[in-house]
Design a protein around this ligand. Sequence first.
Ligand code: PLP
Length: 374
Amino acid sequence: MNLFNVYPLYDITPVKAQGSKLWDKNGVEYLDLYGGHAVISIGHSHPHYVQKLTEQLSNLGFYSNSVNIPIQQELATKLGELSGYDDYELFLCNSGAEANENALKLASFFNGRKKVIAFSKAFHGRTAGAVAVTDNKAIIAPINYDEHVTFLPFNDVEALKENITEEVCAVIVEGIQGVGGINVCSDEFLKTAREMCDKTGAILILDSVQCGYGRSGKFFSHDFSGIRPDIMTTAKGMGNGFPIGGVLISPKFKAKFGMLGTTFGGNHLACAAAVAVLDVMKEENLMENAIKKGEYLFENLKQIEGIKELRGRGLMIGIEFEKPVDTIRDTLLFEHKIFCGYAGKNTLRLLPSLALGQAECDRFLEALAQTVKA
Ligand code: PLP
């Protein structure tokens, strides 16, 4: 059997990874500034992470959501402490799309409504519900799941005020749009969204799957605005490569047996990975590192000619050029051995490990300056 061929692949086979570096089967070293779409939060193969996962391996067969799994509560407690949302509750699942699906479900259970407000260029995942609130018609399934969704221009305070009514179930927004181009939600927009949701009884969902987990320099990127959402969704960096997703649910929601469910969500290995991530983030002050290295990159990127706009926060950085970035990206990868991503045709997207080092920043800045000049 062959794999269903939906991903264009580079002819590179990584066999080893450490920190922000990868090595392919020929021993060539690469700098990883993309981390598999923001997944690598604490760095590849961190010893604490490897140890935690290894310790849990023998527990796999005991897994079921109908028995007590202490590491789930350890995860919830540590997540509450580090994020500052210790009064919220945690539902564990397996991916970002699944987290958003459950968030939308919870919102509709809460207020019995169906209409959802989402935003231009939003990306929330590839399940039917998550696709419905994603502004990319190329991935919409033929079934019309989106009949209840209204897309508004991103960051448009007036449009939000005009469209939010007492019929709206939820407003779902990324604090910083990832796939949509590293667009940062303004404080004014987030505060208005909080206010209008309170006024109309709509649920405010912050999709923090890509921009959360310390990437912006705060635990959640919306923390810069001081608002507290009703629901936050996470995945990606939560497990540093191990699949796990989570829904953080405010105290206004009351859990009922059978309300949500999952077979694999909260399994031992996923929880061990997520606990290790939180331990390392705390121990190594990775959010502070994300702010420092982000500021350093932003300052120095400003000196490079040909960049149209820099967007983002911390270590979630969009570098927009006047022209498509495919050649720049290929040169960085094939000549300078640096992995970067893209968001839209003209924007390079950096989502490195939050433990990115100074020398690694300099290696990228030098390589980019050379590439752009050539
Ligand atoms: N939400 C956001 C903001 C994302 O960037 C993504 C994935 O890129 C998702 C949700 C979906 O996550 P997953 O691919 O884990 O389902």
